[in-house]
Write a protein that binds this ligand. Structure first.
Ligand code: SF4
Ligand SMILES: [Zn+2]
Length: 117
C-alpha cells in the first residue's frame, strides 16, 4: 500500500521512516502501532499538548504541529497508579516493625526506670 507524505504529498512506501523528497519524518507510518495525532480544527496540536504546556517538547515542528505522534492532550493527566499499599496500616506496621519495637522498648525501659524510684 502506498501513502502520501503529509507535507509534500509525495507518494511513499508504508515502511518509509522519512519522506524521500522532503525528509519529513514518518515514524508513525513505519510503525502502525503508534498513533499519529492530527489536528482537527484550525489550531495546531501543540496548543493543547501537555509537552508544550510543560515545555518538554523539543520537536522541530513545535509549536505548529498539525500531526504528531508524541501529542498528549493536556486536559488528560498522565495516569499514575496510586501506591495503595503505602497507605495500608498493616503493611506500614510490618515495614516499620523494627522502629516500632525500638520505640516500645524505650517506653518500656522508661516505665521501668520510673517505677523503681
Ligand atoms: S509533542 Fe507534538 S503536539 Fe506536542 S508540543 Fe511537541 S510537536 Fe507539538
Ligand atoms: Zn514529503
Amino acid at each position: 500500500m502506498m501513502l502520501n507524505c503529509p507535507r509534500c504529498g509525495q507518494s511513499i512506501q508504508q515502511s518509509a521512516i522519512a519522506c524521500p523528497r522532503c525528509r519529513t519524518p514518518l515514524k508513525a507510518h513505519g510503525h502502525p502501532g503508534i498513533v499519529l495525532h492530527r489536528a482537527t480544527g484550525a489550531e495546531s496540536l501543540c496548543k493543547s499538548c501537555l509537552y508544550d504546556a510543560d515545555d518538554t517538547c523539543n520537536y522541530p515542528q513545535r509549536p505548529d504541529a498539525r500531526e504528531c505522534t508524541m501529542y498528549h492532550d493536556v486536559t488528560i493527566p498522565i495516569v499514575s497508579t496510586p501506591q495503595r499499599y503505602e497507605t495500608s496500616p498493616g503493611v506500614w506496621i510490618r515495614r516499620n516493625a523494627g522502629w516500632i519495637a525500638l520505640v516500645m522498648l524505650i517506653i518500656l525501659s522508661f516505665g521501668l526506670a520510673l517505677s523503681r524510684r
